[in-house]
Design a binder for this molecule. Structure first.
Ligand SMILES: C/C(=C\COP(=O)(O)OP(=O)(O)O)CCC[C@H](C)CCC[C@H](C)CCCC(C)C
Length: 300
């Protein structure tokens, strides 16, 4: 008997190279960096907690962030067929339901590593995975909202990673100063996440995704994203200065001033220049995060 729809042929095993592409290593950097910022901002010597540091960085990057990318590509496979047809799932390199299977297995591996690392990390990982699935998967699919989607990513990428790094090192709730700075950088990251939406405006409009560039128009969304990135950093400068952390305050101020110089170029043509701004302005932003963390931890 020929294979029927009731007994479909098993899709071929994906190549390792395509699985790694699906997990998008380039996206792992922000949460790994935020985790390190959290660790340093706690002021607890890193040498005393090496094993946590390695597990925490692996969870923030390849494991939980990697899972979030696989989940996203699985549930976005129809829109990606328009916007990004070369990706592993729409191109057919990861065929059948392998995209979903990889998302589930990688979630399980993340939970296992987190459980072996400790209760704080397990709680943070569970929350991170819940955000990862809710961001892309129905019924919540937060990414369809231009406000809630970037907020969930910003809070989990920057805030949750920084919080976990600081909380585990200190073995307690981080200080009010650390919480204030991580909250401000999470808020600013909302603007960074909006930059990600300029490349997909056509497909998003066609498929009803209400990203900020779709609902506000590209120029107004770029202006808003610039303000959302800049204002929290300005508040960080004032707070650091108030706490007598003059060197980090000055460092963050100089890095912010350089971003303000770059922003008009972004606003002039956001669709074309968002990748350029990601490489320049956003890099300055993340160096500012590190300067603030080093200041809070007493290193600067
Ligand atoms: C998939 C994500 C962003 C990209 O979305 P978009 O649809 O615009 O994608 P494309 O441009 O590629 O089409 C990220 C979703 C992130 C998620 C909400 C949560 C991730 C959690 C963190 C990595 C936190 C880790 C915490 C740690 C303590 C374990």
């Amino acid at each position: 008997m020929a294979r029927s729809a009731a007994f479909p042929a098993m899709a071929p095993l994906p190549a390792l190279r395509d699985v790694v592409t699906l997990l998008k290593p380039i996206t792992w950097f922000p949460p790994m960096w935020a985790m390190v910022c959290g660790v340093l901002s706690s002021g607890v010597p890193v040498a005393s907690r090496w094993s946590f540091l390695i597990a925490g960085i692996a969870l923030a990057g390849p494991l939980v962030c990697g899972t979030s990318q696989a989940v996203n590509d699985w549930f976005d496979r129809h829109v990606d067929a328009i916007n990004e047809p070369h990706r592993p799932i729409p191109s057919g390199r990861i065929a059948g339901r392998w995209g979903l299977a990889i998302s589930i297995v990688w979630s399980g591996v993340s939970l296992l590593v987190a459980a072996l690392t400790g209760p704080w990390v397990l709680a943070a990982t569970t929350l991170g995975l819940a955000c990862a699935w809710a961001y892309s998967a129905p019924p919540l699919r937060f990414k369809t909202s231009g406000w809630i989607g970037p907020a969930v990513v910003a809070l989990s990428y920057e805030g949750l990673s920084w919080f976990t790094g600081a909380a585990v090192m200190a073995g307690a709730l981080p200080s009010g100063r650390v919480l204030a700075v991580l909250a401000l950088y999470s808020l600013g990251a909302h603007g960074i996440m909006t930059l990600n939406d300029f490349k997909a405006v056509v497909g998003d409009r066609l498929t009803g995704l209400r990203s900020l560039p779709v609902i506000l128009g590209e120029r107004r969304a770029a202006l808003l994203a610039s303000a959302v990135m800049a204002v929290p950093q300005g508040v960080v400068v004032l707070l650091l200065w108030r706490w007598h952390l003059a060197v980090p305050a000055l460092a963050v101020a100089v890095l912010l001033a350089a971003q303000l110089v770059l922003m008009p170029r972004l606003v002039a043509d956001p669709a074309a220049r968002a990748p350029w701004y990601n490489a320049t302005g956003v890099s300055l932003y993340v160096f500012g995060m590190m300067a603030a963390a080093l200041g809070l931890g007493g290193y600067l």
